[in-house]
Write a protein that binds this ligand. Structure first.
Ligand SMILES: *Cc1c(COP(=O)(O)O)cnc(C)c1O
Length: 428
């Protein structure tokens, strides 16, 4: 495989960009080698600057659920671009997207659009504190909720990939009200609730996707909902990754629980910078201009991004790819397990809808500690094997793979063949 141009750009990029990237996972630090620079994408494929073609299982870490360059989305975006980029005033499209989102999630009467998942989360922290009058927040080790100070502890993927516990520059005052519990361990939550009567909210990824894909047990997630409710603690379900991924709506529906506050990002903007937080009226009416909690944004509800969001969700609803996602993910899981067995490699696969993750471990993976015990060297070899065979997956053991709705049977066959080749190369 030729990646001369990627290598040149990587060298050039380091001069004025930090590590030649604008988000750390793109630097490929944990898998060695140089990052790929992309030039275009279409449907299920993405092309690097050297002209190599890959089936894209990264999908910009989730947003591109329809694949790249959906015609209807392109049209909607182009029409809006011609009408204007941003007005700093309200538009009808914001109302349309708000209605679509509120209808798709339980317990959501109103929503506020922001520009990223991180921004949705940091706003939700402020809102939960404003509504409850309490200050502590509880999160789970290995869950990532964006890079806001208060939740940037034990934060999964990016940090786990770089093997750092937290970030420099986060004052201890910023995290002194943050409590950490263990995913799938309800006792670790009960302990905090027993010891602290100042908890405003529990933040959780309903399906964790930032320590690799990790599913909550039915008992854990239902009990979490029950004990937070009983203690007057808001449950903030971070559906930035899972929203519209495994059903039209959220993972909370599939798990049979309801959030007090839901956070969104990724798919809801159809590839443009959109985040959102929403809740029932009683909570959302705390937000300015109706209430005393201030939160604002020059580009929030940006017309082009709204057009992309509306057209993406409309198309997604029409296509309803969710059964197909389950079948395709099951095929990939089967191929991964068979190839690992064939080559005497320990492998566990977790999946939920269109999110799937192979862990190089013999154990079942139910929390961050278990995820961290994986053989990342085997993962690295497997990663480069897939790249060589034209499959682009996230350059980290701790990131899930995503499927898009235009993935064909031929694509799946290519993925399976690449898995077989890459797995056979691991111990060579
Ligand atoms: C990606 C992600 C975020 C952060 O969203 P950004 O748009 O990258 O700021 C927050 N929570 C979860 C679960 C995510 O996957």
């Amino acid at each position: 495989m030729n990646n001369t141009k990627s290598q040149e750009l990587y060298k050039k990029g380091q001069k004025h960009l930090v590590g030649a990237v604008n988000s750390p996972v793109r630097a490929f630090s944990s898998v060695g080698g140089n990052p790929l620079f992309m030039s275009s994408a279409s449907g299920s494929k993405i092309y690097d600057v050297d002209g190599n073609e890959y089936i894209d299982l990264v999908l910009s870490y989730g947003p591109m659920i329809l694949g790249h360059g959906n015609e209807k989305v392109i049209q909607a975006v182009q029409q809006q671009v011609a009408r204007g980029f941003t007005f700093g005033a309200s538009t009808e499209d914001e109302i349309i997207l708000a209605k679509m989102v509120c209808n798709a999630f339980p317990n959501m009467d109103k929503v506020r659009f922001v520009n990223s998942g991180t921004e949705a989360i940091l706003s939700a922290i402020r809102l939960a504190r404003a509504f409850t009058g309490k200050n502590h927040i509880l999160k789970f080790a290995g869950c990532y909720h964006g890079h806001t100070d208060a939740l940037l502890v034990a934060a999964g993927s990016g940090l786990a990939t770089l093997s750092i516990p937290g970030s420099a520059g986060v004052p201890k005052e910023a995290v002194q009200n943050t409590l950490i519990a263990e995913y799938n361990d309800i006792d670790s939550v009960k302990k905090h609730i027993a010891e602290c009567d100042d908890i405003a909210a529990v933040f959780i990824e309903p399906i964790a996707g930032n320590m690799g894909v990790v599913l909550p047990s039915d008992e854990f997630i239902k009990e979490l909902r029950a004990i937070t409710k009983a203690a007057g603690i808001l449950l903030v379900i971070d559906e930035v990754m899972t929203g519209f991924r495994s059903k039209f709506g959220g993972a909370q529906d599939l798990l049979g629980i309801e959030a007090d506050i839901t956070c969104l990002g990724k798919v809801v903007g159809g590839g443009f910078p959109v985040g959102a937080y929403g809740a029932r009226n009683e909570i959302m009416n705390m937000v300015s201009p109706l209430g005393p909690m201030y939160q604002a944004g020059t580009l929030s509800g940006n017309p082009v991004a709204m057009a992309a969001g509306i057209s993406t969700l409309t198309e997604l609803k029409a296509q309803n790819p969710y059964d197909k996602f389950n079948e395709q993910a099951a095929t990939i899981e089967k191929a991964l397990l068979a190839a690992a067995k064939e080559n005497g490699i320990d492998l566990t696969v977790n999946r939920f809808g269109s999110m799937i993750n192979p862990f190089f471990s013999a154990k079942t993976i139910t929390n961050f500690n278990e995820a961290q015990e994986c053989d990342t060297e085997q993962f690295t070899k497997f990663f480069w094997g897939l790249i060589e065979n034209g499959i682009y997956i996230p350059p980290s053991q701790f990131e899930g793979w995503f499927l898009c709705s235009v993935l064909s049977d031929g694509d799946i066959e290519k993925i399976v063949n690449a898995i077989n080749s890459a797995m056979a190369e691991i111990d060579n």
